[in-house]
Design a protein. Structure first.
Length: 284
């Protein structure tokens, strides 16, 4: 099936989908994005992702290209047109629009650019990866101070992921100048302390408010687990009993090594796997 993109009001074949060279997203990374996970052919946590998109737009003082209600109808239509009937994802990007290059916001009424794409994700491969767990590396936190905005300005994230890939790891964790692990380059990071307490970095400007994080916190509290949204250091992380990542497309992904140091017995932790199962049950 050919892939269909949505660009500024039109459904077009992906190979013909185009954005203007003076788009501010292209010239300044002046835009925001969202990734909507799709499971069993349905969009997961759609309202939370729309809510975060609203916050990102507000964070950059950008307007909606379309009423959110209309966007909500285009998303399932994109699944239909792209034949995404099982696992997958929808990528949505909004930029401040097209205007002659000038750093400050363009004056007058410039229409934001809206691009949406949808594609299938091989869920069986993700499930298999969760059985063995993944390795991560650490990198110095070098991003701008507003990590809560899901901006398309991802140069540090992209370079961190490349470094991870070159070292045979799946993710890079950011460690700030106080030794605190903030999050992954494209995921939220969690540990299970030796005393069984589940920990993840608190919300604020330092991390993206992960939608999966929100749902996993809810599940953990319902299960009666001890949870702390509190800063922890890399030294604490390497001594953890278990660790895992969460993200829209990976759900809950066990971590077995940090910078080559093996966590626990080197296999995915029981709590990580049970949270993964509970998360999947919830989205089903
Ligand atoms: N942190 C960063 C920097 C991310 O890019 C992502 C997802 O892409 C996350 C955390 C996880 O967020 P979510 O669970 O909403 O996918």
């Amino acid at each position: 099936m050919s892939h269909i993109a949505y660009v500024n009001g039109r459904y077009v074949p992906l190979r013909k989908a185009q954005v203007h060279v003076e788009d501010r997203g292209f010239q300044f990374a002046d835009g925001v994005y969202e990734v909507f996970p799709v499971y069993a052919g349905r969009i997961v946590n759609q309202d939370w992702h729309m809510q975060r998109l609203a916050q990102s737009l507000q964070g950059l003082r950008m307007g909606w290209p379309l009423a959110p209600g209309v966007l909500n109808m285009i998303l399932p239509e994109m699944l239909r047109r792209n034949g995404v009937t099982n696992g997958g994802m929808i990528y949505l990007q909004i930029t401040r629009g097209v205007s002659p290059r000038n750093h400050a916001f363009p004056g007058g009424k410039v229409k934001p650019t809206l691009v949406i794409m949808a594609r299938a994700v091989n869920m069986a491969a993700r499930h298999a990866q969760a059985e063995t767990g993944v390795r991560v590396i650490t990198v110095p936190e070098n991003r701008w101070p507003r990590r809560d905005i899901k901006s398309v300005s991802l140069l540090p994230n992209m370079l961190a992921k490349q470094q991870a890939a070159e070292q045979g790891a799946s993710e890079a964790l950011y460690v700030n100048d106080r030794g605190i692990v903030t999050e992954g380059a494209s995921s939220t990071f969690w540990i299970v302390r030796p005393d069984g307490v589940l920990m993840t970095h608190p919300l604020g400007h330092d991390i993206l408010p992960g939608v999966t994080r929100r749902v996993v916190l809810e599940i953990a509290r319902e299960k009666g687990l001890k949870v702390e949204e509190r800063e922890f250091t890399l030294a604490e992380a390497v001594k953890a009993r278990e660790a895992f990542l969460t993200s829209a497309t990976n759900f809950v992904m066990p971590v077995t090594q940090i910078d080559g140091q093996i966590l626990g017995n080197g296999a995915p932790g029981d709590l990580s796997l049970s949270l993964r199962r509970a998360y999947i049950e919830r989205i089903e």
